[in-house]
Structures are given as structure tokens and as C-alpha cells.
Design a protein around this ligand. Sequence first.
Ligand SMILES: Nc1nc2c(ncn2[C@@H]2O[C@H](COP(=O)(O)OP(=O)(O)OP(=O)(O)O)[C@@H](O)[C@H]2O)c(=O)[nH]1
Ligand SMILES: [Mg+2]
Length: 351
Amino acid sequence: MGTVLYASREPRGLVNPGASDDSYEGWTGKFSRNSTKDSIYAPNGQKPVRAALVALVRNEDLYDMRKSVRELEDRWNHKYNYPYIFLNDKPFTEKFKQGIRDLTKAKVEFGTLEEGTWGYPAWIDQQRAKEEREKADYIKGGSESYRFMCRFQSGFIHKHPLLRDLEFYWRIEPEVHYYCDINYDPFVYMKKHGFKYGWNIAPDEYEPTVRTLWKTTVDFMKENPQYVADKNILDWVRNKDNTYTKCHFWSNFEIVDLSFYRSEAYQAYFDYLDRAGGFFYERWGDAPIHSIAVAMFLQKSQVHYFEDIGYYHPAMSHCPKGSKEGGSCVCDPGEGWANDFTCAKRWRAIS
Ligand SMILES: Nc1nc2c(ncn2[C@@H]2O[C@H](COP(=O)(O)OP(=O)(O)OP(=O)(O)O)[C@@H](O)[C@H]2O)c(=O)[nH]1
Ligand SMILES: [Mg+2]
């Protein structure tokens, strides 16, 4: 066994139901299960957690998505064979489906979005939305489809029929990298520890995209105090003077107990935001929305920082501490220190 860098925080010998020969040894350890044959992790076997890797994606993202799937398979899923679910606002082409299926022996499902989950709700003033887009001189500011995407990922993805039976999802995106081997089952890890939300990189949001998100959230909390957890994590998103820190978990990587998004509290919050119109009059992202919901409705002990997972999404990366010695990682330990970001430090500082 190699050096176990996270021994104090990570479980040793995590036992999966029905898989007593599968022991967790941290990302530097070896996968000690002897054979996948007939095990719960066989491609068509029932997994210990009802979970899937899920992406909303366009047909034209095929090659960037293939890169992500290839790495996920090589670094992790070839041993675990969790299913994939791909969703699209347009029907997937045969080329897309085959291009993904060629990369994995796990089950892969493809779905299109349900009516009403992509586009404008009736109360949005589309003329005003258009004018706001034309003024928005920030990244993706002029994009209408990006806003549909953020609204869908905030309020509807967990309700899609293909996800209905899932307990957990791991969100994936095109063009990301998984730098290190992952030698355990993060779904089992989350479930065993009662974690509802798992994250990896936490930057701060660009203010012009969320001008009134915090004010709207404060109004929501005033009107719905019953939903706010007693031992919440609001200090991560709220400064002492009640302004917004803009800290958010980067949702292009997130592992989530979907009962959290399906909860009455989360639904009420999404509905409130949707009514306020900021998906269209500003450019509210699903990342700050998920994150504020985590801060309001969960306790710190229900949220896991996957510091051990080396990860890159265009613009930012996280290279785990000790990755040089770890052997399997390909990131440069001198770069990608997202865990030194202000919001990651703030996370560690709050109780
Ligand atoms: N089907 C579909 N998927 C989309 C659309 N827009 C974005 N997506 C997907 O939604 C996810 C997030 O979109 P991205 O464009 O990656 O947004 P981002 O991560 O904020 O920005 P990037 O820096 O460009 O990656 C990705 O998986 C995209 O493939 C769309 O119009 N249709
Ligand atoms: Mg992206």
C-alpha cells in the first residue's frame, strides 16, 4: 500500500454491501478487489448505490464529452461500471450515442428533456430578457441557451424520468480532466457518511451575473424561515454585514444525494428564484443556486469536500496535495491549487 495521505479523514476498509472484498485505500492505494466478474460492480450488476454519472450535453459536444468519459473510465469507472445518463434538449444523434457507447461497458442511457423544462416560463417578459442579454457584456451574457441550461440544471435535472430512481448523481461535463486514479466508490462513501453534497472546486461568482440573487435569497429566507437549517452553513455565503460572499461550489463536478434537490425546501427555493426571473434578467447559474441551497438547508457535516479528486474544468483545476508522491496523478502540483482559493479557505474556517 502506498502512502495514505488522507488517512485521518478518509475511511479505511470501507465495506460496500455485498462487496466485502472491495476495500478502500485512498487515492494512492491499490484497488484490492480480485475480480469484477459476478460482483456488484459488473457492468450489468446492481450497484451498491442507485447512482449514475449524468451530463446535459449537445450533439456537437461529442468529442469533448468522449475525452471526459475516456478519462473517467480509465481513472475510475472501468472498475465500478456505474451507468451513464446523457440528456439533451434535442434528440441525440446515432453518432453521439455510438461515440459514447464505444468507450464503456457500463449501461448508457440517452434522453431528451421534458416539455416545460427548457425555455421560458410564462411569466417571463421575453422582450426584457432580450434587452438584458444585449447589455450583458460578460461571458455567456448574450446567450439565451446558456440561461435555459442554468435553469434546467437548477430546477429540473433531478426530476427527469431517467433519473427518477436514482439516489445519487455525479455530474460530469465535456472537456474535463480527472487527474488521478480514484480507488474507491464515492457514491458508497457519500451514502455511508450521510453526505448530501460533494464538491471539489469553489471559486467566487462574477458579480454582474448574480446582481440580485442574494437579495432574493434573503427575501426567501424571511418568508420561509422554517426551511433554514438550525446549524446551517450560511456563513460561507454571507459576510458579517449580510452581503454575499459569492462563494459557490463549481457544479460541473458535484456528487449529490438527489433527495436534497427533491426536498420541499429546495423546490420552494427554486420556485421562488424562478418567479423572480433572474435566470433571464440576469444570468443566475446553477452553481451559486445549488451552493446557497446547501448553505441554507444543510449542516457542514452533510457536505463533503472531495480534496482527494484531481480535477480540471476549463479555467480552473484542483491538483491534490501530495499528488507528486502519489504516483497516479498527472497534474502539476505547482499549479491547480484550487484548495488555496479564498472560498475553499473560508470553507475550512467555518464550523
Ligand atoms: N443539450 C444542451 N446542453 C448544453 C447547452 N448549453 C450547455 N450545455 C451543457 O451544459 C453543461 C454546462 O455548459 P457549459 O457550456 O460547459 O457551461 P460552463 O461550464 O459554465 O462553461 P464552459 O466554461 O464553456 O465549460 C455542459 O455539459 C454543456 O454541454 C445547450 O444549449 N443544450
Ligand atoms: Mg463546462
